[in-house]
Design a protein around this ligand. Structure first.
Ligand code: ADP
Ligand code: MG
Ligand code: ZN
Length: 629
């Protein structure tokens, strides 16, 4: 057959060109849409509905990213969906089991996306080649060539999603040292020995000294427990393996124990090292508690106990655990040979707070001459995390204000933000409400200031906050107090009653604004009666047992029902006593109450000095103490 070679090459060039154009058009316009069509986003409730109706046959839960990928349908109609994992949906597993769905906890997306990626990039190539073939064939037909060519290009979009085991626990270098932890000197001191051990386990083994297998860091949230554990790893320069107790709980049966095994296996290989189990109470709860047993948790706990007994401590593995509810831990965890060392990590005291503020202030640009002592005095009860947050809020505020340095005022404002929430602009109080709130807050302040100056008022404000507070009175402790007397508790109750007392006195009405005050006053009174032995009726009898001392510290009564009634009566008596003291104090200082409340209503925020200036101004209305009983 006489074929023109030049023509042939020309037509070849032509279809390559067409193919390329088609290819790039597809890539830029069509595929993004196909991509979106491949994985369809749905809502969580749609997902549940589909599971329940049995449409779903395969589910992958990716808890790390909070995503659920699932599939439904078959063959060409198979559709992959994605939705966001609803936090703490404990019934999900049950539901999936009921619907007979294949599921797994973790997937690495790579396999799935690789497949899609390959498809995306191979498909045009195939079309291009296919197009080429077809074009070529037509050309040849035209040219009378009778070669039979066939083109097969079957693509199935099937295939399961990639699947692999749980995320591997990896040791990290923390890069945190004791310098990054301010205050907490006692905790650091007890940890110092462990650092020495990790640095040189041999020396201890030589003498025959047994070092603790584990140490339990206990304390309220945000006090730096995690930070301290990391710092030990950093100080000793050893790897840090960490896992959180709550992760175990979310896992499917058997995974928790396997993960513990895996964790210790790796730790064994990398020793000396630190294994850190955060929020251990999530796995380590007393096993006897209640009817609802949690097999998975128990399995995990048992595995943990077995591992702790099993590992060879000469290599230098130290297991740290952190919790803020130590009393709920299973006794098996805290017996000798396991977490037998308890390191309290308490809320920072005055000097500790100042040190933490200074440390975090080092990370942001500050105006010179900031007095951190003042801020530390205004923040009794704040945790290290709160303080770190305050510094950050201050920096954010400085930026908002268009400054490039943080001022003292920024920090003082951010203290309010962390304690009471952001100012709420949307809440607009009527003038009358503003007046009521002004009297309420001034009532607190006057009762506080008149009783004795131990905790003087440092600020009063009636700007509504996002926390729901319509105003607040801030008291700053002069110096740290470790003991509180019965009288001081009574005064605290009276101060808390001061807000409501002022409203009653001036407006003859009660408002809902005192709810939080009442709650706190009652809690103090109850503790006085049941735990502190400060009531006349019961004296030194313990009537309650404190629970969750690091999480607010409520108590359960341990007395008989009859006594419980008497306890209530005694609590009521104490609160009422405080209420009467407040009423009397305010009655005696009525003129000051009027003056300061109106001043506050006008200015919205006043400082402690302004307040004291008006209160102590000698105008014939000097502050009056309530007459002693
Ligand atoms: P916990 O584990 O006790 O709940 P973290 O260790 O997670 O608390 O602390 C949270 C954050 O608070 C830390 O990352 C750190 O920024 C800050 N922080 C807490 N305590 C201190 C401290 N003593 N010194 C410096 N920063 C602290
Ligand atoms: Mg923590
Ligand atoms: Zn109040």
């Amino acid at each position: 057959m006489e074929m023109n070679d030049k023509k042939k090459r020309q037509s070849m060039m032509l279809y390559i060109l067409i193919g390329l154009v088609v290819f790039s058009l597809l890539r830029s316009f069509v595929y993004p849409n196909i991509m979106n069509g491949t994985v369809k986003e749905t809502s969580y409730s749609e997902f549940l509905t589909m599971v329940d109706s049995g449409e779903v046959d395969e589910v992958n839960l990716d808890r790390d990213n909070g995503e659920i990928t699932y599939a439904s349908g078959e063959g060409a109609t198979r559709q992959i969906y994605k939705t966001t994992l609803f936090p703490n949906d404990a019934t999900l597993v049950e539901r999936l089991e009921k619907a007979d769905v294949k599921f797994s906890a973790h997937i690495h997306d790579e396999t799935a996306s690789l497949l899609v990626y390959l498809l995306i990039n191979l498909l045009p190539l195939a079309i291009f080649i296919g197009g080429g073939w077809i074009l070529n064939r037509q050309l040849r037909k035209q040219m009378g060539d009778d070669n039979n060519m066939s083109f097969g290009g079957g693509f199935g979009l099937g295939g399961g999603l990639g699947r692999s085991g749980a995320k591997e626990v990896k040791g990290e270098e923390t890069g945190v040292t004791f310098h990054d932890v301010a205050g907490q000197d006692e905790a650091k001191e007890s940890l110092q020995e462990i650092v020495g051990f990790l640095k040189n386990p041999g020396r201890y083994a030589e003498i025959g000294a047994k070092l603790p297998h584990g140490a339990l860091l206990v304390g309220p949230p945000g006090t730096g427990k995690t930070l301290l554990a990391k710092a030990v790893a950093g100080e000793a320069n050893v790897p840090f393996f960490s896992i959180s107790g709550s992760e175990f709980v979310e896992m499917f049966v058997g995974r928790g124990a396997a993960k513990v095994r895996d964790l210790f296996k790796q730790a064994n290989e990398k020793a000396p090292c630190i294994v850190f189990i955060d929020e251990i109470d999530a796995v380590g709860k007393r096993r006897d508690s209640g009817l609802t047993s949690n097999d998975e948790r128990e399995q995990t706990l048992n595995q943990l106990l077995a591992e702790m007994d099993g590992f060879d401590n000469h290599k230098g593995i130290v297991v740290f655990a952190a919790t803020n509810r130590p009393e709920s831990l299973d006794p098996a965890l805290t017996r000798p040979g396991r977490f037998d060392r308890r390191i309290p990590v308490e809320l920072p005291d005055l000097t500790g707070r100042e040190a933490i503020l200074k440390l975090h202030a080092g990370d942001v640009k500050m105006e010179p001459g900031i007095d951190f002592g003042v801020i530390a005095r205004q923040t009794p009860g704040a945790s290290g995390a709160d303080l770190a947050n305050m510094i950050n809020e201050a920096a954010l505020r400085a930026v908002r204000m268009g400054r490039n340095r943080v001022t003292q005022n920024d920090i003082l404002e951010s203290v309010d933000v962390v304690i009471a929430g952001e100012k709420k602009k949307s809440t607009v109080l009527s003038e009358h409400e503003k007046e009521v709130v002004s009297y309420h807050e001034t009532g607190h302040a006057i009762v506080a200031a008149v009783q004795d100056g131990k905790a003087p008022v440092s600020k009063i404000t009636i700007v509504p906050r996002t926390s729901g507070a319509l105003g607040f009175t801030m008291q700053a402790e002069e110096d740290e107090r470790y003991l509180t007397t019965r009288e001081e508790y009574k005064q605290k109750i009276a101060v808390l009653c001061g807000g409501r007392a002022a409203e009653e006195l001036i407006f003859g009405q009660m408002t809902s604004g005192a709810a939080n005050d009442i709650e706190r006053a009652t809690r103090i009174a109850r503790a006085m009666v049941t735990q502190l032995g400060m009531s006349d009726r019961f004296g030194m009898m313990a009537l309650g047992q404190s629970r969750n001392q690091y999480l607010g510290g409520d108590a359960t009564l341990t007395c008989s029902e009859g006594t419980a009634q008497e306890v209530d009566a005694e609590v009521q008596r104490l609160v009422e006593e405080g209420h009467q003291t407040a009423l009397e104090t305010l009655r005696k200082n009525r003129f000051k109450l009027h003056e300061i409340a109106h001043y506050l209503q006008k200015k919205e925020t006043i400082t402690g000095e302004e307040f004291m200036r008006i209160l102590t101004r000698d105008d014939g209305f000097a502050p009056q103490m309530p007459s002693a009983e």
